[in-house]
Design a protein around this ligand. Structure first.
Ligand SMILES: N[C@@H](CCC(=O)N[C@@H](CS)C(=O)NCC(=O)O)C(=O)O
Length: 223
């Protein structure tokens, strides 16, 4: 049996969605974030040493890291679905976006989350201007320019084709959903980038996405 170790409001929603798209049977083990720190509970460390979600177990096999889980599920159980043929331009793009989502897109988004939290954290009044000054500097010199450049790039890619790998929906789109949902929730992605907004609309209307939401529960793109 495939088991998804699922943390609320997290990237593991993508794994549930992929399983629904592939129409595979699976069970979910639920973990709740700490309400103050937002961190995963220590029970997840028993499943994988990093204690992060998602983790997939398939009998004695444990797979962590969402891109690796996507590759595992599509490779072991996909029967050619949601992945373009080897050697095609679509497959090269599939691999690129699968890695881009966590390897590049999430970096400025996570930094933005952290520096926004620093800005709003309780601290002695005399430290506040210093902390805010540092956060503003990092935001204007690194985070915002990188976020904007990446969003412009993704928008331009979707002007050339409807899905990230090509004409067909694929697991690369599932992997790309999280950074784009996070960007629209808390990093300024809006109707000024219509292709990306339309991508979000199209994925959210997929029946498998809806089924995954119903099984996984509340989802608010936390980190
Ligand atoms: N690159 C990893 C990131 C894993 C990750 O950071 N997961 C978050 C949830 S979205 C998490 O477990 N956060 C809670 C924590 O760090 O304790 C992946 O894609 O699987």
């Amino acid at each position: 049996m495939l088991t998804v170790h699922h943390l609320d409001n997290s990237r593991s929603q993508r794994v549930l969605w992929l399983l629904e798209e592939l129409e595979l049977p699976y069970e979910i083990k639920f973990y709740k974030r700490d309400k103050v720190t937002m961190l995963a509970p220590p029970e997840l460390v028993a499943v994988h040493p990093l204690g992060k979600s998602p983790v997939l177990t398939d009998g004695a096999i444990t797979v962590a890291e969402s891109g690796a889980i996507v590759e595992y599920l599509v490779g072991e159980y996909g029967q050619g679905r949601l992945i373009p043929p080897v050697g095609s331009p679509e497959r090269r793009r599939w691999t690129y976006w699968l890695h881009f989502a966590e390897g590049s897109a999430m970096t400025p988004l996570l930094m933005k989350l952290i520096f926004d939290r620093i800005r709003h954290s309780p601290m002695p009044f005399f430290v506040k201007p210093i902390a805010r000054g540092i956060a503003d500097k990092v935001e204007t010199s690194y985070i915002t320019p990188n976020l904007n450049r990446q969003l412009d790039f993704m928008e331009a890619e979707l002007r050339d084709r409807p899905w990230f790998a090509g004409n067909d929906f694929s697991a690369a789109d599932i992997q790309m959903s999280f950074p784009l949902e996070a960007a629209s929730a808390r990093a300024g992605l809006n109707s000024s980038r219509p292709k990306l907004m339309d991508f979000l609309k199209r994925i959210h209307s997929r029946p498998a996405y809806q089924r995954a939401l119903a099984r996984g529960g509340k989802y608010a793109y936390a980190d």
